[in-house]
Design a protein around this ligand. Structure first.
Ligand SMILES: Nc1ncnc2c1ncn2[C@@H]1O[C@H](COP(=O)(O)OP(=O)(O)O)[C@@H](O)[C@H]1O
Ligand SMILES: Cc1cn([C@H]2C[C@H](O)[C@@H](COP(=O)(O)OP(=O)(O)O)O2)c(=O)[nH]c1=O
Length: 209
């Protein structure tokens, strides 16, 4: 059975980039690695609906914190078998965003912290009802909101497939999400966490192997 590592952070923090670096470094060490990115756009109808809502479609769907979180959670529920098979076949499975994203963004949108009711709701729903595996380790890419937002904007200019959505445009939300993530690290929400960036982030995950 492999270990499950979730990479978390703000929009534009560099999660996709660091997941690629961790995968390369772990493979170099002889580990077999599988990666998965949530939301699974293009593969999951619920993920696509969430994305479309974040880009202004589907009426007032986006206004509901719980409805948005449910869509993201249903995307992961549908990937449960794929996740379990990956954990059976590989030494390391890395998720680019996982359940902590849902908990952090939902709590932040509701103006709360790591001890919010919605955080418990997400954990009960995803780890309880949907029986998703709890990550062995979670990595917070410690890139602050201003830097992450400018990277997300830069990427949107060069990558037509990733235009900024309504969460990414919302500086107040990004600051609030960063605060909740910090509380998750402090309180070891669901499992161990490391808060790192760049080479330190790669090393933090390799240390789990
Ligand atoms: N360490 C870094 N320093 C500077 N730019 C970076 C770094 N990591 C990623 N980027 C750039 O920032 C943007 C966002 O990175 P990405 O990995 O797509 O973030 P995320 O998956 O967290 O949204 C991309 O244009 C990427 O090339
Ligand atoms: C996976 C996930 C993402 N989100 C949020 C974080 C992001 O602001 C937004 C879109 O995810 P994101 O990873 O930014 O997708 P992309 O960069 O490919 O557009 O959804 C949740 O609120 N809950 C979740 O479970």
């Amino acid at each position: 059975m492999g270990i499950l590592v979730a990479v978390e952070g703000l929009d534009g923090a560099g999660k996709r980039t660091i997941v690629g670096r961790i995968e390369a470094a772990a493979t170099d060490r002889g580990a077999s690695v599988s990666t998965l990115a949530f939301p699974r756009y293009g593969e999951s109808i619920t993920a696509d609906l969430a994305s479309e809502a974040l880009h202004g479609r589907h009426g007032d769907l986006r206004e509901s914190v719980y409805a948005m979180a449910l869509l993201f959670a249903l995307d992961r529920a549908a990937a449960r078998r794929q996740l379990r098979e990956a954990l059976t076949a590989h030494d390391l499975v890395i998720c680019d965003r996982y359940c902590a994203s849902n908990a952090a963004y939902s709590a932040a949108r509701l103006g709360g912290g790591a001890d919010s009711e919605v955080v418990e709701w997400v954990a009960d729903l995803e780890f309880g009802r949907f029986q998703l595996p709890v990550p062995d380790h979670q990595l917070l890419l410690g890139v602050p909101p201003d830097v992450a937002m400018s990277r997300a904007n830069g990427r949107a200019e060069t990558d037509a497939d990733r235009p900024v959505d309504s969460y990414e445009r919302d500086a107040e939300l990004q600051h609030a999400v960063y605060r909740v993530y910090g509380e998750f690290v402090e309180s070891h929400w669901m499992s161990s966490w490391s808060w790192a960036d760049g080479d330190d982030a790669v090393a933090a995950v390799l240390a789990q192997l």
